[in-house]
Design a protein around this ligand. Structure first.
Ligand SMILES: [Zn+2]
Length: 241
């Protein structure tokens, strides 16, 4: 038993990361589970899935946690155990966990991997018709969004029509559907979609279910031509543009 502990300590020092097993073992004991085992899985999104048999739990958790130190892994494991016990917690993560997920270090460790796993992005803000960097500059010049640092803005590779924009708050990635990168679609429409996603980026991690709350909708409607933009988006979505 002692040998095992020494090995796990030296192993975690060598890798420069905390031990996932140690974290979940500790958290599981605290939460009253008989056994909790966890392994890293290269999911594209930041997520965890689990199976619970009686009071034994097996988890597969995002490998984006790999670079976290032991303190953060302990927090993460406790959050997950609480989540397993409470179906709909108001807050999933503790402040320390949220700080980690919104740190520059987290982005530096994981964004490249996330981008490689994202199949439908063009890896470029410059489209055939519009440049999203110019959109962003316009939004800033209009005072619609503040200065935004450390963001990765890209068009999608394929022209989605179901989903016009996407934002990963923790990876600080925004993708806008290339269905809007067309001279048939006015510039202010892709600006509007980018504006919507940048509002999410600025909000950071929010409580579950509050992404599109009424306060968000109010800010969205501060965009001068939102009504026109929404009408055009509907037409693009129904392929009538
Ligand atoms: Zn949204």
């Amino acid at each position: 038993m002692v040998t095992y502990c020494l090995q796990s300590v030296s192993e975690s020092n060598y890798r420069g990361e905390g031990s996932l097993q140690t974290a979940f073992h500790r958290a599981g004991e605290k939460s009253g589970f008989s056994s909790v085992r966890a392994e890293y899985v290269p999911f594209k999104e930041f997520k965890a899935v689990w199976t619970k048999r009686g009071d034994a739990v097996d988890l597969q958790v995002t490998d984006y946690m790999k670079g976290a130190d032991q303190r953060i892994l302990d927090e993460f494991a406790e959050c997950m155990c609480r989540r397993i016990l409470t179906k709909h917690p108001r807050e999933l993560y503790t402040q320390a966990m949220r700080d980690w997920l919104q740190s520059e270090e987290f982005v530096a460790l994981n964004r490249l991997t996330y981008l490689k796993r994202s199949r439908n992005i063009a890896y470029s803000s410059k489209g055939s018709t519009y440049d999203l960097k110019e959109s962003m500059a316009r939004l800033m010049a209009q005072g619609m969004v503040p200065e935004i640092s450390n963001s990765y803005i890209t068009w999608t590779k394929r022209p989605n029509i179901q989903r016009m924009g996407y934002c990963s708050v923790i990876m600080r990635v925004v993708a806008v559907s290339s269905s809007l990168d067309s001279d048939k679609v006015p510039e202010f429409v892709s600006d509007y979609v980018l504006y919507h996603e940048l509002l999410h980026l600025n909000d950071g991690l929010k409580a579950m279910g509050s992404h599109h709350d009424s306060a968000f909708r109010m800010r969205e409607r501060a965009y001068p031509r939102w009504r026109e933009a929404e009408a055009i988006l509907k037409r693009v979505a129904s392929k009538s543009v």
